[in-house]
Design a protein around this ligand. Sequence first.
Ligand code: HEM
Length: 561
Amino acid sequence: MAHILSLPVVGHDIVYLLCTVSLGAILVHLVPYIMDSRGLRAYPGPFLAKFTDVWLGLTIFSNTWSETIDNLHKKHGMSNSARHRISYLDINQLKGAFIRIGPNYVSIADPAALPLIYGHSSGALKASFYDAFSNFEHANIFSTRSRADHARKRRVESQMFALKNVRSLESTTRVHFGKFMSQWDELCKCIKGSTSEGTMGSSKWTVKDGRVWFNCMIWFSFWSFDTISDLACGSPFGMIAAAKDETWVAKYPRGEVKTLEKSAFEMVKISVINVLAAGFEINSVLGFLPSFWWPLAKWHPRIREGNAASAKLAGLSIASVSKRLENSDAREDMLQSLLEGRDEDGNPMGPDEVAAEALGLIIAGADTIANTSCATVFYLGRHLDVQAKLQAELDDALACVDSEVAPYEAVKDLPYLDAVINEVLRLHSTVGAGLPRIVPEGGLNVLGQTLKEGTWVSVPLFSVHRSVEIWGENAGEFVPERWIDMGAEPKAEMMRAFAPFSIGPRACIGRNLAIMQLHIMVATIFRRYSFVVEGDGPLLVQDSLVRKPQECVVGIKRRVL
Ligand code: HEM
């Protein structure tokens, strides 16, 4: 009897609680909009984004980050022509260069904003978005928001990426190019075999029309992960040889890593490439949500999965570092530089920080190169005229070279190869999203607009790389010639709008390594094989912080040289 009597009371309480929570949620989002303390109400943007960051989170979740932002700028009439910039004094004249994509977040699609936001004298620091990318107690060089912490890490790590040192890494990287090609040569042998389909490791292949067909994306990932794990921690994951996305990692319960002794961890096997993709997507979503949303968001199965992925990635670095530390005759690798690095007081990095940095290098250095290589094959497999022109240049340049892997010295200054790589970096935009920064104390004046301290700002690289005003009517097309057939002035304007590695103090530290790897890879595979891409659809990508091709099925055969 008593429990029957109490039911309406419980029901009443729940209704009361729900009303209070809803009212609270509305007020939390409505009051800042009405107060408009940073003066952002005048900027156009999606309705929901004016009130909540959930709009951006959902956009990333729907896998359309770069394209949605680009479409918004276009919808509101993006104009980033340097010729008109002088008249950007009135908000009505901004014509979509400024879009509000969150309650406190403005996207600016104008290349002139790049140095103002990311340049050395801007003073804008990384936004709390990057906190979601820390897999350890310590932030790494990519995720740290502290200027002092970043400067210390960058001092230690910039040595290893200096051009001279990067060139000395070539011999190590060549081993992996060689293994990669041997596997593709094996696949090519299937063309004359007795069966028309099969698998090599986890890579499925079929034979038709005199070619062997397979998803090349997974192979570029095998190659880039093996290479970077070798460069960073002295041994490859072994993915090329196994043709499988499988690696041993430490089973890591979250918390600070106190030791890197291998015996301290239980080991498990995981699919690193899949785990990384899941982790990146979810970190990007969580990064934009205020932290009070996190516990709620973690009820979503994809977010839970992505969150678990982050812990597995931490285990990857712990396993790699601890294995390397057990090896007493390891050669000079990046880990050595991390271990030898000291702060101003002469203190070395602790185990947690070393593991965090090693993971940062592996993640930043593997996925980006794999995605760009895959996009290159996609565009050249679609533009057979460009492929033929590149092959002619390579045949000429490598005719007297007695090595199957192109030496960097022989291909580093080939104009058409350079143009192809630049065009892929522009059109694909491996990092396509705007990289969020916080307006520093005193505010920032950007193109005549004063942005108040604390406002989040970014320049979407994907949009700037496809602006018709800069790149012409064919901005959305793959035309490497645009990098060659042009005068000095238009080229200088193009270069100001070309920032695939970002600019300023937080620009890519691995740029020299990336450029070397891409030149060798593109020169080597296009000299050796001919490519066509299956179907005629676009290259579908997972559009998180990096634009990762989901799949790219190609038909290849050996060229007759
Ligand atoms: C095509 C290849 C690559 C592209 C397009 C690329 C692009 C970028 C971009 C745009 C940033 C700035 C990120 C931000 O501000 O949030 C960045 C940062 C970074 N990249 Fe790369 N990257 C590439 C390859 C590499 C490689 C090979 C490495 C070497 C391991 C590397 C290591 C890093 C690191 C450590 C940072 C953080 C730098 C800092 O904050 O000081 N990247 N990269």
